[in-house]
Write a protein that binds this ligand. Sequence first.
Ligand code: NAG
Ligand code: NAG
Ligand code: NAG
Length: 379
Amino acid sequence: MQIPPLKMINQPNKSFPPKLFLILLLLGGFIAFSYIGTYTYTSRYTTIHSSVPISQPRFQFKCFQELKNLGSWIRPPSTLWHEMNDTELFWRASFVPKIEGYPFKRTPKIAFMFLTRGPLPMAPLWEKFFKGYDNLYSIYIHSLPSYRPKFQRSSPFYGRQIPSQVAEWGMMSMCDAERRLLANALLDFSNEYFVLLSEACIPIRNFTTVYNYITGSLYSFMGSFDEPGPFGRGRYSFKMWPLIKRSQWRKGSQWFEINRQLAVDVIKDSKYYSTFEKFCRGDCYVDEHYFPTMLTMQSPHQLANRSLTWVDWSRGGPHPATFGPYDLRDGFFDRIVFGGKNTCAYNDGRTDLCYLFARKFAPGALDRLMENSFDFFGF
Ligand SMILES: *[C@@H]1O[C@H](CO)[C@@H](O)[C@H](O)[C@H]1NC(C)=O
Ligand SMILES: *[C@@H]1O[C@H](CO)[C@@H](O)[C@H](O)[C@H]1NC(C)=O
Ligand SMILES: *[C@@H]1O[C@H](CO)[C@@H](O)[C@H](O)[C@H]1NC(C)=O
């Protein structure tokens, strides 16, 4: 590799002194390098206009910028797009400081993670909900990899899609998608709480109520219960023994809220992962069991064992009820929001306010929700 340039220098043109040639070469190289350096520098600090994969230059001469001060470590990444695969991403996302506290002012943020197939029909309602609280939340969207969102630049959803893969209900690929959302959200050091939502979810309280409820809670809202019968313990396989005993088997809705420590626990796990992947297939519906069982075994005292997302299973069948505009008559949300006096546990006490989010709502319900959002939800 070294021979060609040496040859070039050793065989100088008479009318072109070798030293001058070398100087010109160095000068040219310097100009080229500083150009690339400026390019990467600017591209890092300007907003990326879309969430389609953007090929970044391979050579990045920005080490000096990165190490100059703490800011570069705690600033969220300027673009959510990256070329890490899951192994690389989870490794990077599992970095945890070993010193307690932060040597800078840290305002904990809530990461709202949307697990969707394609469009987010309820986005206008969410935009209304988020308005005015920019430094207290961040948004992440996992959708089918082929889906290209069309959000306005002014929307908080703009450019918030993460590198995604196909995820199927009831399969491990669904848990992978949830872990991918967590891992991407963990890259922002300010994210302290992680909420998983679907495209059919809506917020049913205003932002301040949601923020205070979540940040003020001693427990993470992961649904987790021991259900006898075919749809609970019946899905347990004795092949999981002795790692998981039948009495340790848990079920819970996948729509969770967990704190940063539990989020790291979820993405770093390989022990339970391989067992669930091997033995919880098909009718087992791994996305209803893997996180609740693992977290209940590892950190039972950090869990509220209930979800913050209301859903109506009362009609029976494998899918919960979906609500359209005509379902949303007077009092519909009052019944959800206040399920009755002191019905729910909160910080070892009781509260009327059980849920902050609800599903499932059909796209056709949006107009009615938008028109009445203040009456219904107070925003
Ligand atoms: C990611 O890339 C690394 C390095 O090439 C490789 O060892 C690892 O198996 C890859 N992981 C996945 C999930 O493809
Ligand atoms: C949010 O809702 C709560 C309870 O309904 C209310 O007390 C509070 O004033 C509302 N906050 C804002 C900023 O509207
Ligand atoms: C949640 O359940 C676990 C055991 O399954 C229990 O140890 C824990 O105390 C429960 N959490 C609350 C807030 O009651």
